[in-house]
Design a protein around this ligand. Structure first.
Ligand code: SAH
Length: 259
């Protein structure tokens, strides 16, 4: 799907920006770069800024006009840092990504079009695009670096693509650790904890067995509400054990890695 989305850079002045755009594209899984009349390409500066994404630069197609860059495209989305005089269907980057993904899911071809560093896209070029895309930047300083603008749109395209593929947006290792940490405690473990807690509260004189005044029910309600994980339960049990040792005057030197 992503191979049906091309990034078109119009009349770029700085080869470093072409390299930066290539890197941003490869990071997000985009591969097709089309350069309209670049001022300096190929260039070693582009290679340096691509930081390993040289395959994207090697595969880049260089054409003379935007019209040629858009051949075979079903939808072109033109980016702009500022308001233009003619009102046009305007999307934010997220909507742009959804529109692009919808189009490629239908088997279509999409172009994300970016303008010159100093002058952006001309009105004529923007009017060749069915949609305009504006990154909602600070209105008093609205123009992003070209490669940074490519990064923002490429990222949104990736997020939309991951969602469409049903793929996770979090790294699996982190997810596994997070799952272990959030593995819920069982009811019998909770009961053991309540028993331990009650014993300690009596021992430290906070709970008077002759006059319990719903203390344990209230604590059960509190802990029951909090969805304690196994890891958190270990911490609570550790606190209770150390409290008992302290009350009983036992040594309670603890290793830092006890928990
Ligand atoms: N002075 C130019 C700015 C060009 S910045 C102008 O006023 O248009 C170079 C390119 O980066 C723009 O043509 C556009 O493709 C992209 N870009 C920069 N900031 C953007 C923004 N806030 N929203 C969308 N695209 C942006």
């Amino acid at each position: 799907m992503l191979q049906n989305i091309r990034v078109v850079l119009v009349n770029t002045s700085h080869p470093g920006n072409i390299g930066g755009a290539a890197r941003a594209m490869k990071n997000m899984g985009l591969s097709r770069l089309v350069l309209v009349d670049p001022e300096d390409f190929p260039s070693s500066e582009a290679v340096a800024r691509a930081s390993g994404a040289t395959d994207i630069l090697d595969g880049a197609i260089v054409v003379g006009t935007l019209e040629e860059a858009l051949v075979g495209c079903n939808v072109a989305l033109g980016t702009s840092a500022r308001d233009r005089r003619i009102p046009w269907p305007l999307l934010d980057p997220r909507e742009c990504a959804t529109t692009a993904l919808q189009q490629v899911e239908l088997g279509g071809e999409v172009a994300l079009v970016f303008g010159r560093e100093y002058a952006g896209l001309t009105n004529d070029e923007l009017q060749r695009c069915q949609f305009h895309v504006h990154i909602p930047s600070n209105p008093e300083f609205s123009s992003l670096n070209l490669a940074a603008a490519v990064q923002v749109l490429a990222y949104e395209v990736r997020m939309a693509w991951l969602a469409a593929e049903g793929q996770p947006t979090k790294m699996s290792k982190l997810e596994t650790t997070a799952m272990l940490n959030t593995q819920p405690v069982t009811t019998d473990e909770l009961e053991l904890f309540y028993g331990h807690l009650e014993g300690v509260l009596v021992e430290i004189g906070f709970l008077d067995p002759a006059s319990p005044r719903h203390l344990m029910s209230r604590l059960r309600r509190l802990y029951g509400r909090s969805g304690i994980s196994k890891l958190e339960m270990n911490i609570l049990r550790g606190v209770l054990t150390e409290t008992q040792k302290a009350v009983r005057g036992e040594s309670h030197k603890r290793r830092k890695d006890d928990v």
